[in-house]
Design a protein around this ligand. Structure first.
Ligand SMILES: Nc1ncnc2c1ncn2[C@@H]1O[C@H](COP(=O)(O)OP(=O)(O)OP(=O)(O)O)[C@@H](O)[C@H]1O
Ligand SMILES: [Mg+2]
Length: 687
């Protein structure tokens, strides 16, 4: 077999496929056998034999059927190759197939004494002569067309029209010649007399025989032979032997020449169907091989894709880990440095305060980083609510102005009929802030940021490139600027965590990662349109919700709870001793009585006792096979009025699924600051 990577698609049509050496040898051997048979028969051609009634019907119907099959096979070949030459040959085979029928029914003494269709004694002989003479003419035409090159149909419609024309032509030809041999028989010279051929027969047969030789010569004189050319030459040999035996050298009907000539004719009619079948079998074999190769290649391709994906995953993990390590190292350096200085400050309260604040700032930056990362990884606490985004955007307008400064104007174009969406408010606010900060950074000389909201319907066409996006109604929030824009290379990586073009200390490259993670968590997606020197628009698409939006509390209402403190008793469950110590300390400072437990069993033991406990404050992930949520449920069996507040540092969006966390439990994310904790505790106790 050829090397599959270098071989072209093989030529699969008989008419264009070059004849192989094996085929040439087979054809030659066949011709030699035909020739041998012919020479052996010549001396006996005139020996009379009895009339076999079944011979003519068997001969004609076999002949008609074989030629019809060949015509069909060639017509298919024409449809594929569109070569007119092939169509001409198909027409020739159809003609010889059809003319066998009138030949059979007009044969004297078969269906009636003179033959049907108003036939005379020599009608069938003439039809036979027409058949033998016409076929080589079709072959000559075929060979000439092939010689002229690649005359072919232009379109499928052209193919159909030409095929129809050829069929109609063949039928018309047969009809005309049948009429001539029946109704017009007086016009034709007498070639049969009482079952024997007249001398005129020789005058008719010799030109007919010559036509076969001419066809053979025209075909044979081509320099290169296709498989079809080769086998047509074999057909013509058999054809010429048929004519010679059955009409030139014999005496008339039912002698050895008559019978054996027709057997040659039958053989001629069988050659092309046999070749078609053999070729089809060979092509099936090739198809099988090709399929096996393509399956193997597909498997190989899938393997290398998998390997590439694995390599990319590893690279992404490396980049992420490197980024986290770098940023946290910096932050820890600040925290450790300040704490070092604090421990050496020895009562200089002013200095301690200053250092503590510096450490706190670094730690808060760390907290911010972690939140961004968690949102990107979609493992942030997700507390979705149905809201109207216009209201959220209006609520954070002041904050935005504070963050981006005086030089930049923020214009909101909010749709008055905006549909509600179900999202986590805090994450949305962070995402919008990340976007406006990016826009601010892109407009060094000041400018305008536009925030636009709009209901949109996303159709299948728009998201064809992204199979994860579901078509449907969305709320679109677009943040646009007329800033520096991004190069295609920056655009391609903009969502990557820790990808930043900003100088060290200015950006951590997590802003857009958070936006991306937020949109995905909310069931939506983000698109960036950016052009260098012109500006950038980031569009957030969030699925519309059919629920009613909740009414959001104003910042004044929430502020009143900010520094609340209480006198109740809190049971703290936390397995990390350091965290437990800090938490207990903070709670005591907020005025609460504190009882501690390091696992669920210990906590339950305390709850079963008679010590008054107002609130259970537990980590979600605690050792001992019971998580915080399960502990809360069990605890409420023991003390039905117990209030619960859970906390977690690593809390998946699917926390409720992973840890069986009921929706109505209060959760505060780690790390929390005292004010936030105080607020959540008051809310939980007041429930
Ligand atoms: N509006 C914008 N105009 C021009 N470039 C932008 C814009 N938004 C993002 N970029 C480019 O994409 C990069 C990644 O943005 P991303 O918000 O993720 O990180 P960052 O802004 O560099 O850092 P961080 O947001 O974490 O402080 C930016 O560094 C910047 O090059
Ligand atoms: Mg940013």
């Amino acid at each position: 077999m050829n090397d599959p990577s270098t071989s072209r698609t093989p030529d699969v049509y008989l008419a264009t496929m070059p004849a192989t050496l094996v085929a040439k040898r087979c054809a030659l051997a066949t011709c030699i056998v035909l020739f041998g048979g012919f020479f052996a028969l010549v001396p006996f051609a005139r020996v009379p034999l009895p009339r076999i009634e079944a011979f003519i019907p068997i001969y004609d119907s076999t002949f008609a059927l074989n030629n019809l099959l060949t015509a069909g096979g060639l017509a298919v070949g024409f449809r594929r190759s569109r070569l007119f030459a092939v169509l001409v040959l198909a027409g020739g085979y159809l003609f010889t197939s059809l003319i066998a029928l009138p030949h059979m029914v007009t044969f004297p003494g078969l269906l009636s004494s003179t033959g049907l269709l108003g036939a005379g004694p020599q009608t069938s002989a003439w039809l036979d002569a027409f058949r033998h003479g016409a076929f080589p003419v079709f072959v000559i035409y075929y060979a000439l067309l092939k010689r002229r090159g690649t005359a072919s149909a232009q379109s499928q419609a052209d193919v159909r029209a030409r095929a129809r024309l050829a069929a109609v032509g063949a039928i018309a030809g047969v009809t005309f010649l049948t009429l001539l041999a029946t109704a017009g028989q007086q016009l034709l010279p007498q070639i049969v007399n009482d079952g024997n051929y007249t001398t005129t027969m020789v005058a008719v047969s010799v030109p007919v025989l010559l036509l076969s030789f001419i066809a053979l010569a025209v075909l044979g004189s081509r320099r290169q032979h296709s498989a079809l050319d080769l086998w047509m030459m074999v057909v013509l040999c058999a054809w010429a032997f048929d004519v010679t035996l059955s009409t030139v050298i014999n005496t008339g009907r039912f002698d050895i020449g008559f019978y054996s000539g027709r057997l040659y004719g039958m053989f001629a009619a069988s050659v092309v169907p046999i070749v078609l079948i053999v070729e089809a079998a060979r092509l099936y074999g090739q198809l099988d091989e090709a399929r096996a190769i393509s399956e193997e290649r597909n498997a190989e391709l899938a393997r290398s894709r998998e390997e590439l994906a694995q390599a990319q995953r590893l690279e992404a993990i490396g980049q992420l880990t490197g980024g986290v390590a770098h940023d946290f190292n910096n932050l820890l350096t600040v925290v450790i440095g300040n704490l070092d200085l604090i421990s050496g400050a020895r009562g200089d309260w002013e200095k301690i305060e200053r250092l503590a604040q510096s450490a706190m700032k670094a730690a808060q930056r760390g907290e911010h980083l972690v939140r961004q990362l968690l949102t990107y990884a979609r493992r942030q606490i997700n507390h979705p609510q149905t809201v109207n985004l216009n209201q959220l955007i209006t609520n954070i307008e002041n904050l935005m102005h504070r963050v981006i400064g005086e030089q930049i104007e923020v214009v909101s174009m909010l749709s008055p009929v905006l549909a509600p969406v179900r999202i986590d408010q805090a994450q949305f606010e962070t995402a919008i802030l990340n976007l406006v900060i990016n826009s601010r950074d892109a407009m060094a000389g000041g400018g305008r940021i536009t925030i636009e909201t709009q209901n949109v319907t996303v159709d299948r066409q728009q998201v064809a490139a992204d199979p994860e996006v579901i078509p449907g109604p969305y709320v679109m929030v677009a943040v646009s600027d007329a800033g520096a824009g991004m190069t295609p290379a920056v655009l391609a990586r903009a969502f990557d965590p820790f990808f930043t073009t900003k100088e060290v200390g200015k950006g951590s490259g997590l802003g857009l990662s958070q936006v991306y993670g937020f949109a995905k968590t909310a069931g939506g997606y983000v698109k960036i349109y950016s052009e260098l020197g012109i500006g950038t628009t980031v569009k957030l698409y969030l699925p519309q919700s059919s629920d009613w939006p909740i009414l959001l509390k104003t910042s004044v209402e929430t502020a009143s709870l900010q520094s609340a403190s209480g006198r109740e008793t809190i049971l703290v469950v936390e397995d990390d001793e350091d965290v437990l110590a800090v938490t207990a300390e903070s709670l005591r400072e907020l005025g609460y009585q504190v009882v501690t437990a390091v696992n669920a069993a210990q906590a339950l033991e305390i709850l079963k006792g008679d010590q008054p406990i107002d609130l259970l404050f537990s980590d979600v992930i605690i050792p001992g096979g019971t998580n915080g949520a399960q502990l809360a449920v069990t605890a409420r069996h023991v003390r039905p009025d117990l209030k619960v507040l859970l906390t977690s540092g690593y809390t998946a969006a699917a926390l409720s699924l992973e840890h069986g966390l009921p929706d109505n439990l209060n959760v505060v994310g780690k790390p929390y600051q005292r004010d936030e904790l105080a607020k959540k505790l008051r809310l939980a106790i007041a429930e």
